[in-house]
Write a protein of this length. Structure first.
Length: 384
């Protein structure tokens, strides 16, 4: 079992992230250790698919540890991470008479985690919250760091709150049932984190993908060595994310240094634009990030910031994560227009996260990139 501790300077809130195999059956005892002794009720937020696979084990364990547990199942899919589901969740907490000492538990991927986290942030002005992530993306990224929220008709993730969990439990065996495209999406985020972290995390991720292809993932779960390496990789990824969050919890808008939380958005400018111009139907978020990091690296190379060998290495490792949906029919003009809506813009100015080398991200102002140069690079990238 691996453990990562998140200690937040601003609020002095501290929580642990546990990573290992076969942990769900002891989730009740784990929850007891994370929560106040006053906690009586737990509202598990999940969806039918994930709860059908893992819910009973978790619920049974909570009840064995003396909690009264209630289950709220939301519909599966990004489009249900919305205001309506939020309201339904709050209605459910009210009907079950949750009080300020009770707790919400998210069991599922990033959609469930973001929705449940936001519901716990606003219900009674904030109650405690635990994360049991079951997708690779949620394990290494969304369950750590306290960003919660919902989509609105005005934009994706447009309403939300920073609300840190009281604990995160990662049972890597739940990845056994995750579809291949979701694994590819998660590994693209893992490569992104490796590329901005350091050569060690990047190489660990690259070697893992060399040894264990997402196309054959299910077959590896009987292998103790695989389980141990998977746990270590996820722990290393989580430790990196936690390190960034600990020193820039709320993503300070003023910061432009290479440790700012903003660097986690490496690859996200193109990713968000690709998702937007394809109406959020073609790409899993992580798949779009796969293209996004390659584009940011290509821009970096053409600006003479990144060496060509490093770009080739990144391309090779993204290739190992699995096939990405086609992008060659996408209109570059529409993508350029979508850049203008990037939510991460500060004072109307877009900030690109570029790469000087593996482990050395750089925040770069869009106004310092000539528009024609950006257009040509994008056109050629989409044609490749
Ligand atoms: P998701 O939550 O939609 O899960 C993907 C699919 O896998 C769903 O159909 C889900 O039901 C299914 N699933 C989950 N676990 C499974 C399992 N173990 N076995 C089989 N099927 C399983 O997608 P995601 O990629 O986990 O999360 C994407 C969301 O995360 C987006 O809404 C994104 O905005 C958000 N996000 C948030 C943060 C953050 O910091 N809060 C960071 C990154 C992404
Ligand atoms: N996923 C980006 C962040 O947590 O800041």
């Amino acid at each position: 079992m691996e453990k990562v501790t998140v200690k937040l300077n601003q609020t002095s809130h501290t929580y642990n992230i546990k990573i290992g195999n076969n942990l769900l059956k002891a989730s009740g005892d784990w929850a007891r250790m994370c929560l106040s002794q006053k906690t009586k009720k737990i509202a598990v937020v999940s969806n039918r698919k994930v709860f059908g696979l893992y819910g009973e084990a978790v619920k049974k364990s909570f009840e064995k540890s003396g909690f009264e547990s209630h289950v709220f199942l939301m519909k599966d899919g990004e489009k249900y991470k919305n205001f309506h589901t939020l309201e339904e969740a709050v209605k459910f907490f009210t009907e079950k008479k949750l009080t300020r000492t009770d707790t919400v538990v998210a069991l599922g991927g990033g959609v469930v985690g973001d929705l449940a986290g936001f519901a716990s942030a606003v219900f009674l002005r904030g109650i405690s919250f635990l994360q049991i992530p079951t997708t690779l993306l949620a394990m290494i990224d969304s369950s750590v760091g306290g960003k919660t929220g919902v989509n609105t008709k005005f934009g994706k993730n447009l309403m939300g709150a920073f609300h840190q969990p009281n604990g995160v439990l990662i049972d890597v065996e739940t990845l056994q049932t995750l579809p291949r495209r979701e694994l590819t999406a998660g590994f693209c985020e893992a490569i992104k984190q490796g590329a901005i972290a350091d050569k060690k995390l990047f190489n660990q991720t690259a070697e893992f993908l060399e040894n264990y292809s997402p196309n054959r993932f299910k077959n590896y779960f009987k292998d103790e060595k695989f389980l141990s390496e998977l746990g270590k990789l996820i722990a290393a990824q989580v430790a990196f994310k936690a390190k960034i969050v600990m020193q820039d919890e709320k993503e300070n808008t003023e910061r432009v240094d290479s440790k700012s939380r903003k660097i986690l958005n490496f690859g996200h400018t193109l990713a968000h634009a690709l998702e937007k111009v394809t109406d959020y139907k073609r790409f899993k978020h992580g798949e779009a990030v796969g293209y996004g990091i390659l584009f940011a690296a290509e821009l970096s190379k053409r600006l003479d910031i990144l060496d060509e060998n490093e770009l080739n290495l990144l391309e090779n490792v993204v290739g190992r994560a699995g096939a990405l949906p086609e992008n060659c029919d996408i209109n570059s003009r529409e993508v350029l227009e979508a850049f203008a809506f990037d939510k991460k813009s500060i004072n109307d100015s877009l900030q690109w996260i570029l790469l000087e080398s593996i482990g050395k991200p750089l925040i770069y102002k869009n106004k310092n990139i000539p528009q024609t140069f950006l257009e040509t690079t994008l056109k050629e990238f989409l044609r490749k």
